[in-house]
Design a protein around this ligand. Structure first.
Ligand SMILES: *Cc1c(COP(=O)(O)O)cnc(C)c1O
Length: 422
């Protein structure tokens, strides 16, 4: 039982770190991982991440670097860019952002000035911190206005988006978020952005893999700027990309470097290329559609068990459940589920009367379990486990945790993961 690829040099040189990595590999094997932003990358992606490309500094862009010795790195970065353009059908891709948050900061730097008005979805309604939420630099340095969802439907309130946009004339409008269980209507956002002369930014961090695999509509043609992480449903290393129409290419590149970052992480760039290669193959389309099929099957099974789902279900990889009717908070439920072998996160729900650190909901994702090979027929059992643990925990009954954990272990033993040899 060990990490794959094996870690002989690390184990010999530093057993303390090696043991921690091994423990994490085992933990990732032993649980049903349902954190909606997580996945299992392939062994090929893992190998690319752990290469000598990490040794190289390459500030600048291919053909215009500030250090010598870029004969190979230029090829790595160009290959990654070409693959991104092909997979998503965009004019231009910058593959250097260190992660999703810096990618969004680069968009602000390219297109807005401190104090400008920008618009994004409110965090408690499903938006991301970097879309102008109060505690984020983007909320402190810009005049951020925030839209949300309708209480009755749990879906984006486009009347509010239009009204706010007309009244506030934002420079940027962000579409996308971290806890949106429904299809993002890029065309409607684009229409509103056009009317008020704002630039629409589609942040597809969560759904990039679904877009690449044809299981969610693409923002291309609606949003001239698209930001994404590469490590969520897209199933690559931790990193990000900014994809743009030709008009914005230069400004975005300048904002990433030298505006915001130094040298790109070339080992990550290579691993992004590998992930994009995987995403261009037919079996990735199957994966993307299976992610959605699994989420829909799980949502149906949870509804049957009386769970209250925000928006009444899901169109994508993600389910948001309000546990108020189960008479338990999201945090104690998530903690008990983790001990039972089901890993997910507590989450605010729209109009949550509770505090963000102790909210009413849990967020449930199906990308990682789909990569692992679980199918819609497994979802009723997963819903039953979630229900059993949540219901018992609400009554302060701890006795089910060990039983569920054992049952989970039995199922997972038949589903190996990349990254660990059981
Ligand atoms: C995850 C996420 C980000 C931030 O990505 P990090 O890599 O965690 O910085 C930005 N926007 C959205 C919508 C996200 O879901």
């Amino acid at each position: 039982m060990s990490h794959e690829p094996p870690l002989p040099a690390l184990t010999a040189a530093d057993s303390e770190v090696a043991n921690l990595v091994e423990a994490e590999a085992r933990r990732q094997h032993d649980k049903i991982r349902m954190i909606a932003s997580e996945n299992y990358v392939s062994r090929a992606v893992l190998e690319a991440t752990g290469t000598v490309l990490t040794n190289k500094y390459s500030e600048g862009y291919a053909g215009r670097r500030y250090y010598e010795g870029q004969q190979v790195i230029d090829q790595v970065e160009n290959l990654t860019i070409e693959r991104a353009k092909a997979v998503f059908g965009v004019d231009h891709a910058n593959v250097q952002p260190y992660s999703g948050s810096p990618a969004n900061l680069a968009v602000y730097l390219a297109l807005a000035k401190p104090g400008d008005t920008i618009m994004g979805m409110a965090l408690p309604d499903g938006g991301h911190l970097t879309h102008g939420w109060t505690v984020s630099a983007t909320g402190k340095w810009f005049n951020a206005v925030r839209y949300g969802v309708r209480k009755e439907t749990g879906r984006v309130d486009f009347d509010q988006v239009r009204e706010l946009a007309r009244e506030q004339r934002p420079k940027l409008i962000f579409a996308g978020g971290t806890a949106i269980p429904r299809t993002i209507e890029f065309a409607t956002f684009a229409e509103i952005a056009r009317e008020v002369d704002a630039v629409l930014v589609a942040d597809i961090a969560h759904i990039a893999g679904l877009v690449a695999g044809g299981a969610h509509p693409s923002p291309v043609g609606h949003a001239p700027i698209i930001t994404t992480t590469t490590h969520k449903t897209l199933r690559g290393p931790r990193g990000a990309m900014i994809m743009t129409d030709a008009d914005y290419a230069k400004d975005i590149d300048k904002a990433v470097f030298p505006g915001l970052q130094g040298g790109p992480h070339n080992h990550t760039t290579a691993a992004i290329a590998v992930a994009l290669g995987e995403a261009s193959r037919p079996d990735f389309r199957d994966y993307a559609h299976n992610v959605v099929a699994n989420a829909k099957a799980l949502a149906d099974a949870l509804l049957e068990r009386g769970f209250d789902l925000v928006s009444g279900g899901t169109d994508n990889h993600l389910i948001l459940a309000d546990l108020t009717s189960k008479e338990i908070g999201g945090k104690p439920a998530a903690q008990a589920l983790d001990r039972a072998g089901i890993e997910l996160n507590y989450n605010t729900v729209p109009f949550d009367p509770r505090k963000p650190f102790d909210p009413s909901g849990i967020r449930i994702g199906t990308a990682a379990l789909t990569t692992r090979g679980l199918r819609p027929e497994h979802q009723p059992q997963i819903a039953e486990w979630i229900d059993r643990v949540v219901t018992a925990t609400a009554r302060s009954d701890e006795s089910v945790i060990d039983t569920v954990s054992a049952e989970v272990g039995e199922l997972l033993a038949e589903y190996p993961i990349p990254g660990y040899a059981a």
